[in-house]
Write a protein that binds this ligand. Structure first.
Ligand SMILES: NC(=O)c1ccc[n+]([C@@H]2O[C@H](COP(=O)([O-])OP(=O)(O)OC[C@H]3O[C@@H](n4cnc5c(N)ncnc54)[C@H](OP(=O)(O)O)[C@@H]3O)[C@@H](O)[C@H]2O)c1
Length: 227
C-alpha cells in the first residue's frame, strides 16, 4: 500500500511509521522536524520524508504529500499547552488535502472518553460513552478531562468534524498510551467503547490502526482499542 503518515515522531505515530516501513508499504512521513525521524527512517528505501508544520501548512504541499496514497493516517497531538487546538486544526487541513487528492481513506487518533465533552455541535453529550462501565464513567474519563483540559475538548471537536465530513474516515480512540513492547492481544470495539479501557501500548495501537485501513466495518466509525 501507499501510505502518508502525520505525527510520525510521536509515541503512536513512530510505531505506525515503523510498522508501515517493516510491512514494506510505500510510505510518506510528514514531520515538522524530520531530524527526529532518525537515520533508519531516512535510509529506508520505501520512505519519502516531507517537512510540514500543520499549524500553518501550505495546502498545496499537503495535497502533494498525500497524492496517490491509499490511506492517510494521523497521530498528531500537542506537545505543550500552547499547541492545544492542533488536533482539530490538522484534521481539517488533512481532510481538505485528502479530498482534493481523492485519497480513499483517512484515519486519525482520538481518545477514550472525549465524546462526553460538550461541544457546540454536541452541547448535551452522554455522561458516559456507550459501552463504558462505571470505572470509565466515574474514574478514567473525569481524570482525563481534568488532566487534559482544553486538549480533550479539541479532540472532541476533531471527532465532531470527522463525523460531519463526507470522506471514508475512521477515528481510533485510545486510552492511556504506554511505550511498551506490543502484546498482540487487545480488545477492540466498533461504534461503541470498551469497559475499563485504561491502557494500550503504542505498538499495539499502531498495529490496529494499520489493520483498520482496509476494514470496511471501520468505515465512517469511531473504534476503540485497549487491553
Ligand atoms: N498518549 C496518550 O496517552 C494518548 C491518550 C489518548 C489519546 N491520545 C491522542 O493520540 C494522539 C497521538 O498521541 P501521542 O501520545 O502519540 O502524541 P505525541 O507523542 O505527543 O506526538 C504528537 C505528534 O504530533 C506532531 N505534531 C504536533 N504538532 C504538530 C504540528 N503543528 N505540525 C506537525 N506535527 C505536529 C508531533 O511532532 P513533534 O515530534 O515535532 O513534536 C508528534 O509527531 C494525540 O492526538 C493524543 O491526543 C494520546
Amino acid at each position: 500500500m501507499k501510505l502518508t503518515i502525520f505525527g510520525p515522531t510521536g509515541l503512536v505515530g513512530q510505531q505506525v511509521l515503523a510498522q508501515a516501513i517493516a510491512a514494506g508499504h510505500d510510505t510518506t512521513a510528514v514531520a515538522r522536524d524530520p531530524a527526529k525521524l532518525g537515520a533508519q527512517v531516512h535510509s529506508a528505501p520505501n520512505v519519502r520524508v516531507v517537512t510540514a508544520d500543520l499549524s500553518h501548512a501550505d495546502p498545496a504541499l499537503l495535497k502533494d504529500s498525500v497524492d496517490g496514497a491509499d490511506a492517510v493516517l494521523s497521530a498528531i497531538g500537542p506537545r505543550k499547552k500552547a499547541e492545544h487546538g492542533i488536533v482539530s486544526k490538522s484534521a481539517m487541513a488533512l481532510a481538505a488535502a485528502v479530498e482534493s487528492a481523492s485519497v480513499p481513506r483517512l484515519l486519525v487518533v482520538s481518545g477514550v472518553g472525549v465524546s462526553t465533552v460538550p461541544t457546540p455541535g454536541r452541547p448535551h453529550p452522554p455522561k458516559r460513552e456507550p459501552g463504558a462501565g462505571l470505572i470509565m464513567r466515574y474514574f478514567a474519563t473525569p481524570v482525563a478531562r481534568r488532566v487534559l483540559g482544553a486538549h480533550f475538548v479539541d479532540v472532541a471537536l476533531m471527532e465532531d468534524f470527522m463525523r460531519g465530513c463526507e470522506l471514508d474516515w475512521t477515528v481510533m480512540r485510545v486510552p492511556y498510551v504506554m511505550d511498551r513492547p506490543p502484546t498482540g492481544r487487545y480488545r477492540t470495539a466498533y461504534g461503541h467503547t470498551l469497559r475499563a479501557a485504561l491502557r494500550i501500548a503504542a505498538a499495539d495501537a499502531a498495529e490496529f490502526m494499520l489493520r483498520l485501513i482496509d476494514q470496511p466495518e471501520a468505515s465512517r466509525k469511531v473504534v476503540t482499542v485497549a487491553y
